[in-house]
Design a protein around this ligand. Structure first.
Ligand SMILES: [Zn+2]
Length: 236
């Protein structure tokens, strides 16, 4: 089934009401190799915790919760289930390729923040304001942020030209080549959540002690968005 036919697909619900097949891809940040040394990117590290391990654990919890929401979600996948090896050395782009291969409508990348100033703290969600799907992504980001009830400092919904959420051609400074991320256009909404600061003791303790509630909040944010925006997700 190609993407365009999927967009047209309607699935009859148990009560006879038409529902569309919304596919979610969750991206646990970092935890991949993308150079010849095969060094795994741990993400941020603090207090004995690795960002890559933490977001993978929460992503697996979230996957289970989304899979149970058959009223809204047709299928859910992770970009990685453990350490990901990227033989193409295309940093970040492999995550988009997984999302497109899985026919994702919704893409959510999970991270922990870090700052040399250990007083920095709080929760924030990003979407890419340059992306062609920016309108839907803004709604997804707002829904995720509203549902995330962990009482951390509210840093808000923000925009940034994050390449993992990109749908445009950009030049990699590290590799010195142009990279084509236009394949990501089939994803209808994409956001990146910084769940808290690993470098801040209070935030770190809060996220460590609330993995399951955090997964529940994220599930609610995704499902609320999907429920309220079925027309955009189902296509014409
Ligand atoms: Zn990160």
């Amino acid at each position: 089934m190609n993407v365009s036919s999927k967009q047209q697909q309607q699935v009859a619900g148990a009560n006879g009401v038409q529902k569309c097949a919304v596919v979610v891809v969750i991206d646990p940040g970092h935890g991949d190799t993308h150079d010849e040394s095969s060094v795994v990117d741990p993400g941020a590290v603090g207090g004995g915790l690795q960002e890559s391990d933490y977001v993978l654990e929460v992503s697996k919890l979230l996957k289970g919760k989304l899979a149970a929401r058959t009223d809204v979600i047709e299928a859910v996948h992770l970009t990685r289930e453990g350490i990901a090896n990227d033989p193409s050395q295309e940093k970040l782009l492999w995550r988009q390729k997984v999302a497109v291969a899985k026919k994702a409508d919704i893409f959510v990348s999970l991270h922990l923040n870090s700052n040399a100033n250990t007083a920095a703290l709080g929760k924030e969600v990003y979407y890419n304001q340059k992306a062609s799907n920016k309108a839907e992504s803004a709604k997804l980001a707002a829904s995720l942020y509203a549902a995330y009830k962990l009482p951390l400092d509210p840093r808000g919904v923000k925009t940034m030209g994050l390449s993992v959420l990109a749908t445009y051609k950009w030049k990699s400074k590290k590799l010195g080549i142009w990279r084509d991320s236009t394949i990501f256009q089939s994803v209808k909404a994409a956001a990146l959540f910084e769940l808290g600061f690993i470098s801040n003791t209070g935030d770190r303790t809060a996220v460590l002690n609330n993995k399951d509630p955090i997964a529940e909040y994220l599930c609610e944010g995704i499902c609320s968005y999907a429920s309220a925006n079925r027309a955009a997700l189902c296509g014409p």
